[in-house]
Design a protein around this ligand. Structure first.
Ligand code: SF4
Length: 456
């Protein structure tokens, strides 16, 4: 491929980034992903086993809430987690005098400052991540340097759309596909780190959950997949047992004796609750707070309750085994067919426990979402070498992520969708990558993309 997008990104975007390269937000993302060795060693040498990294708090207060871990003496400890670059930041930010931080049990930082007290309180265990990561720091920085923000609405054509549209179809496809490969290599780096930290099956499980969560519920779905590992679900004897555990730990299983719910939903809810009830104490330290879910902003078809039914469909042992084999071997047909076959006797027709009926029965995973998962799950995690993956991707149907793709296309090409003759799966992903790397990072006036395109 002619255009060294990846090298250019490293030489321009990373160099242009202001401020410290290893930011707190990168450390928070590493913590959220649990990309470190587990058990973790505290500064005093105690080995603690993390059970739940906590739920990312994007408001004031500690960075992660309701984490839990096994202490060196085997006791389960729950509480909040605060992340810093340096151990001395705890004092610098005056957290000891702030009541919002009184439930902090882990203070996590990159490095301990010498000659400074690292233990703000006896109940807070200090952890330096410096020598405990599951992947090289430089790769993690490159992966997480640009945290996706909210999707900006009302996009307008940007400064380089005329240059891009003046390229021939082949040239434009080459630019976009090179950026698409950059996006895919980033995902493969993350997948490798996850496999190294948690194993292949758990890495696939988390990626599937994220993909089913869409942009609105990506984080809670990822938290749920970490709180309930696929290995635990595969041990359970029935589909209802697996569903009850997922809905229960998600915090989305209302008590049918205390909640008004539709007669249509009641039989299923009672069945799930009766299975969840005896186990809920065991899992109580992992239950997600209801506030982490975005329920109202999604279309009924994309309700997290329906997506969770799809997630639970994949935890059936034979289905799971066949499907992860298709991931491993890069078999897109079997991968897509299994996604499209996900169904549930109640959730195929309903959007909530209130019994709301969908206007028509609807697949749990639509075609757009299924094709998006090709790029989010199969391509990063398959064992196929790059050249074979490249060959197979040419036959994949493009699709998925319509809202963001439209914004990217308007900004970069001044039209709502890429022209049909450049619409490969990789080109589509490349358009999204350029949009994320540049258009959502800085105004056109500060962007070097037009000069780069003119000098190719
Ligand atoms: S921000 Fe950069 S890449 Fe995006 S439209 Fe403007 S000039 Fe082009």
């Amino acid at each position: 491929m002619g255009l060294p997008y990846r090298r250019w990104i490293r030489e321009n975007l990373l160099r242009e980034e202001p401020g410290p390269i290893l930011s707190e937000s990168i450390l928070q993302r590493i913590w959220f992903e649990s990309l470190f060795r587990n058990p973790l060693k505290t500064l005093s040498g105690e080995l603690i086993t993390l059970r739940q990294p906590g739920f990312w708090n994007h408001r004031a207060g500690p960075d992660f809430l309701h984490a839990s871990f096994l202490a060196g003496d085997g006791s389960v400890i729950t509480g909040d987690v605060e992340i810093h670059r340096h151990s001395s930041d705890w004092d610098a930010h005056r957290h000891s005098s702030n009541p919002a931080y009184r439930n902090v049990v882990l203070h996590v930082f990159w490095q301990a400052d010498p000659a400074i007290s690292d233990t703000p309180s006896i109940q807070i265990r200090p952890i330096a991540l410096e020598h405990q990561l599951a992947a090289p720091l430089t790769e993690l920085i490159s992966l997480f340097h640009a945290t996706p923000g909210e999707i900006a609405g009302g996009e307008k054509p940007g400064r380089c759309h005329q240059i891009l549209l003046a390229l021939s179809s082949d040239q434009l496809r080459e630019v976009l596909e090179e950026a698409g490969w950059h996006r895919l290599r980033q995902r493969r780096v993350l997948a490798t780190a996850r496999i190294s930290a948690h194993g292949f099956e758990q890495a696939v499980w988390v990626a599937l959950a994220e993909g089913l969560g869409f942009s609105e519920n990506r984080e809670p779905f990822a938290s749920l997949a970490r709180a309930v590992p696929i290995a635990d679900l595969l041990q359970l004897p029935t589909r209802l047992d697996r569903e009850s555990l997922l809905y229960g730990v998600a915090g989305l299983l209302p008590d049918p004796t205390r909640t008004k719910c539709s007669p249509r939903a009641l039989p299923l809810l009672k069945e799930l609750w009766s299975r969840w009830w005896p186990h809920r104490e065991t899992w109580s330290d992992r239950v997600l707070p209801h506030s982490c879910w975005r329920m109202g902003s999604t279309r009924p078809n994309n309700s997290p309750l329906r997506r969770m039914a799809a997630l639970s469909f994949f935890s059936d042992p034979p289905t799971w085994q066949g499907w992860i084999d298709s991931v491993r071997r890069g078999e897109s047909d079997n991968f897509l067919n299994t996604l499209k076959s996900a169904s549930h006797s109640f959730w195929d027709q309903h959007a909530g426990w209130d019994g709301r009926i969908l206007s028509s029965p609807s697949r749990l995973v639509g075609l757009d979402r299924a094709t998006a998962l090709l790029f989010q799950v199969l391509a990063p995690l398959t064992e196929l070498p790059e050249d074979e993956l490249d060959r197979r991707m040419k036959g994949w149907p493009p699709g998925g992520d319509a809202g963001l793709l439209r914004s990217a296309s308007v900004r970069l090409l001044s039209v709502p969708f890429p022209p049909p003759d450049v619409r490969s799966h990789l080109a589509r992903e490349g358009l999204l990558q350029i949009y994320k790397d540049f258009c959502r990072a800085k105004p056109c006036g500060d962007c070097s993309m037009p000069e780069f395109l003119n000098n190719r």
